[in-house]
Design a protein around this ligand. Structure first.
Ligand code: NAP
Length: 265
């Protein structure tokens, strides 16, 4: 049994993750932490043992002898949590988005500096369909190098663009090489209307109530276009990927980024 602690346990993702860990026969939820816990009890299911008391301090992970932490908190908190786990030799699976390439460098350096046995696994998107969407978009980009990304999320999302959109742009740029010279030379009558540019790709972020997590990659060529779209309608779509990472992380030393590293694609 893998002893798991969830950081951000009272958030939209954290609550689902706590239940998924509780329900899986190979994992046991031994700690739940949230910054506004105030002694709240989280219901995990119908069984008599189906509740856990939520604490506010990350030190709870040590007291509960956690093997693997899962972080679904906030872009402003996640690096502190990763640092704590590396220093305390606890593995950590990170779903929180907003991390930058410099953060990855810092994590690698910290693991080495501390001689830590902690492994860190980060995935901007734990839905298997989203991983395939990114892969297919990167493959297609060799044939359709002119690309725009539209990502759509619920209105409570803390960061824009999404980690998935940034990752998609990066994978495309690795696959297609240099971005083509822009054929479009339109004047922005409204500032920012063409979206933000990342590695030569325009990203447009839509935030609306009712949405969960969605992305379209539109690839254009002379006389045709190809659209690759993925939709997460429910946070259940992320749970198999999160549980897979918890079960596999001990076999992946150091820092690993991307669920594709755990799948036989
Ligand atoms: P949310 O509902 O705001 O939940 C985050 C929770 O974490 C809140 O309860 C928050 O408390 C708490 N928190 C903040 N800092 C903390 C800390 N240092 N220690 C413990 N708890 C802390 O957000 P969400 O929708 O669940 O999303 C969380 C993150 O996951 C976001 O970055 C989102 O983009 C990402 N996400 C990733 C995936 C993926 O597949 N990788 C999928 C969905 C979402 P307060 O409210 O008091 O701040």
């Amino acid at each position: 049994m893998i002893r798991v602690g969830v950081l951000g346990a009272l958030g939209r993702m954290g609550r689902e993750v706590c239940k998924a860990v509780h329900d899986d026969p190979e994992t046991v939820l031994v700690a739940a932490v949230d910054s506004e816990a105030a002694g709240e009890t989280l219901a995990l299911g119908d069984a008599p043992n189906g509740t856990i008391k939520v604490g506010e301090e990350i030190d709870m992970l040590s007291q509960a002898e956690v093997d693997c932490a899962i972080d679904f908190t906030h872009p402003s908190s996640v690096m502190d949590n990763v640092r704590w786990c590396v220093r305390h030799a606890v593995d950590i699976v990170v779903g929180t988005t907003g991390l930058k390439p410099q953060d990855y460098d810092e994590i690698r350096a910290l693991i080495e500096e501390e001689g830590s046995e902690s492994n860190v696994f980060i995935a901007p998107n734990f839905a298997i369909g989203a991983v395939l969407m990114m892969r297919f978009a990167a493959q297609a980009s060799k044939f359709f190098p002119t690309i725009e990304i539209i990502e759509l999320h619920h209105d409570g999302k803390a960061d824009a663009p999404s980690g998935t959109a940034l990752r998609t742009a990066h994978e495309i740029s690795v696959e297609r090489g240099e971005a083509p010279k822009p054929a479009v030379d339109s004047v922005e009558v409204v500032e920012g209307v063409r979206g933000g540019e990342v590695e030569g790709i325009h990203i447009h972020s839509v935030r609306l109530p009712g949405l969960v997590a969605h992305q379209e990659v539109i690839l254009g060529g002379p006389g045709q276009s190809l659209t690759i779209r993925h939709d997460s309608y429910d946070r259940a779509s992320f749970m198999p990927g999160v549980l897979l990472a918890v079960k596999q992380i001990s076999h992946h030393p150091g820092l690993t980024v991307g669920l594709e590293n755990l799948l036989n694609l």
